[in-house]
Design a protein around this ligand. Structure first.
Ligand SMILES: C[S@@+](CC[C@H](N)C(=O)[O-])C[C@H]1O[C@@H](n2cnc3c(N)ncnc32)[C@H](O)[C@@H]1O
Length: 262
């Protein structure tokens, strides 16, 4: 039976101020999405406290419900056991992916990198609080550095099955990350890129076109890969939103082939 307070959970945010709660304020979102309703009471408490602390400190930069829901379907639906995340921030995705990995009993399943030492320390503290240190490894490093890739490969002892790119959003850096990490992805694996829309290209501080331009150029040079872009043409957060509600968009690259036999 559902715990008495489960129906409330994230529904409190349908009236919350602040840009990070945009999904909850959309028309009709007065329900608890599975990324939260699936959590145990203790896990939900961690997420609630994490929101409270990061609201207070202002360390905000996480992705939102549509992307984590997509990740949840992919990870739990396919038992994805070797995940790399480029860009950890304050640990939102790391916590939620960690809960998914714990449910599947996949130890050391997420390798998450950030260039900012304070954010790594913050995320490690929350993972410890959530009891997830056996499932998620936080690494201080630059996602463009081949040494970071070498550490990831050594961590898994195999190629990653899924890579989530959510780091600087700069055009050249994204091209560098794709050039470094795509060859290291297992055949048949998935490479996800957050912030691929025209709207999100403004996050590129170099003003060179961001992830949007990098991915369109990359896919032209890699016709062998299946690439799906959701909301690439979104220009604003205004309503009405397309079916995929995140105006920042997401790109999915499916690397051809089958994994090597064990
Ligand atoms: C949008 S946030 C990541 C949010 C995270 N994926 C989540 O949903 O919880 C981007 C993060 O990328 C980090 N970053 C930027 N450039 C980087 C680089 N070259 N290598 C590693 N991390 C980087 C930033 O410090 C920042 O914390």
């Amino acid at each position: 039976m559902e715990k008495p307070d489960v129906p409330q959970r994230s529904r409190r945010w349908t009236v919350a101020d602040g840009p990070r709660y945009w999904w909850h304020r959309l028309p009709g979102m007065d329900f608890v999405p599975p990324i939260y309703s699936d959590l145990s009471e203790e896990e939900w408490q961690v997420i609630r406290d994490w929101y409270e602390e990061t609201d207070e400190s202002g360390v905000i930069g996480e992705c939102a419900v549509p992307l984590v829901s997509l990740l949840q379907g992919l990870v739990l639906g396919n038992r994805i056991a070797r995940i790399v995340q480029l860009g950890t921030c304050s640990g939102y995705s790391a916590l939620l992916l960690g809960f998914m990995l714990r449910r599947m009993e996949v130890a050391r399943g997420l390798f998450t990198v950030d260039i900012n030492p304070e954010l790594c320390t913050l995320t490690e503290r929350w993972l410890a609080r959530a009891g997830l240190t056996n499932y998620v490894t936080v690494v201080l490093g630059d996602s463009r550095d081949p040494a970071t890739l070498a550490t990831a490969t050594a961590h898994f002892g195999a190629m990653p099955e899924m890579i989530l790119l959510d780091s600087s959003h700069e055009y050249q850096a994204t091209l560098d990350e794709l050039a470094l990490w795509y060859p290291a992805l297992e055949s048949g694996g998935l490479f996800l890129l957050h912030d691929v829309s025209l709207f999100a290209s403004r996050f590129d501080v170099t003003r060179e076109g961001g992830v949007q331009r990098a991915l369109s150029e990359w896919r032209r040079k890699h016709p062998e890969a299946e690439t799906l872009i959701l909301n690439g043409q979104s220009r604003s957060m205004a309503l009405p939103r397309p079916l995929y509600k995140d105006a920042c968009g997401v790109g999915l690259i499916h690397k051809p082939g089958l994994p090597a036999s064990p």
